[in-house]
Design a protein around this ligand. Structure first.
Ligand code: SAH
Length: 261
């Protein structure tokens, strides 16, 4: 029986995997990887058979039960099986289901943490998730619920924290804006959206909770996080000042690309 390693691939950049994860990739016999894993990172697994089991909303993805089954099967054939998952495996990655399948089949496994995209996004923004006197609590949440699940009270969780980072949320800007205002959050609460954090085409957009309604105008096609809280206020005011100083169109309102605000 082989061993299965659930490894965090980090947010996207090929060199943001841990040393432990990279070493295991080099030794791997087979790698099952997510859609957002960088080709240069996969190249580290020089000896391995590589199997795409990618998930990217709106596109064809491998059924979770099928992935679970493949992991168990691979462990009966190979010594080192790697399941390479975007960001950190333990955040919004359905790790519990994979772990349950491995435990059920008595397959040995180990988890190697990764840099979750929220942390890469804040490196990109140059904004600390916490700030003395401003933000002492952070929530990672998603407004997304599976088709077979009951509605969640994610908005209450977001309102209870000083800083909120929403995963899998970019397609629901209008609903998020409405739900949080209905829950009592101020329309002028600063919002930062970070797309493709850690990659060369990273994009940061500064707006407000009210402005989040227009998220559709920004044509976000890569993975993105919606970040909400007073910690983004300074960046938002900088962005507004740039706009007031004569950025070409109203559309450019508080919109940035490049690596420095
Ligand atoms: N386990 C992953 C999250 C998987 S859910 C992690 O720890 O990061 C997928 C969501 O992660 C996407 O919808 C998006 O919200 C976020 N995401 C992943 N990579 C990202 C990136 N490079 N930039 C911004 N958001 C990203």
């Amino acid at each position: 029986m082989g061993k299965v390693y659930l490894i965090g691939a980090g947010p996207g950049a090929a060199d943001l995997i841990t040393l432990r994860g990279a070493r295991l990739l080099e030794q791997a016999d087979v790698v099952f990887y997510d859609a957002l894993v960088h080709a240069d990172m996969l190249a580290l697994a020089g000896n391995a058979t590589k199997v795409a089991v990618g998930k990217r909303c709106g596109r064809v993805s491998t059924d979770q039960r099928f992935i679970n089954r493949q992991l168990v099967e691979a462990a009966s054939k190979y010594a080192i099986v790697v399941r390479l998952k975007g960001g950190d495996p333990m955040l919004f990655g359905r790790a519990r289901e994979e772990i349950a399948a491995l435990e059920h089949a008595s397959v040995e496994y180990e988890i190697v943490p990764g840099v979750t995209s929220a942390l890469a996004a804040h490196a990109e923004l140059g904004v600390s998730l916490t700030e003395r006197g401003v933000a002492r609590s952070v929530v990672f949440a998603t407004p997304r619920v599976g088709s077979d699940q009951e509605a969640s009270d994610w908005a209450a969780g977001v309102c209870a924290a000083d800083t909120a980072v929403l995963y899998m949320a970019a397609g629901q800007g209008a609903q998020i804006s409405e739900a949080l205002q209905a829950a009592g959050m101020h329309a002028r609460t600063p919002v930062a959206i970070v797309e493709n954090a850690s990659l060369a085409n990273a994009r940061r957009i500064l707006t407000t909770l009210e402005g989040l309604r227009d998220i559709g105008d920004w044509q976000i096609s890569g993975p993105a996080l919606v970040c909400i809280g007073e910690v983004y206020g300074t960046r938002l005011r900088m962005a507004e000042a740039v706009t007031a100083a004569g950025e070409e169109t109203a559309q450019a309102l508080a919109m940035f690309s490049g690596r420095r605000v």
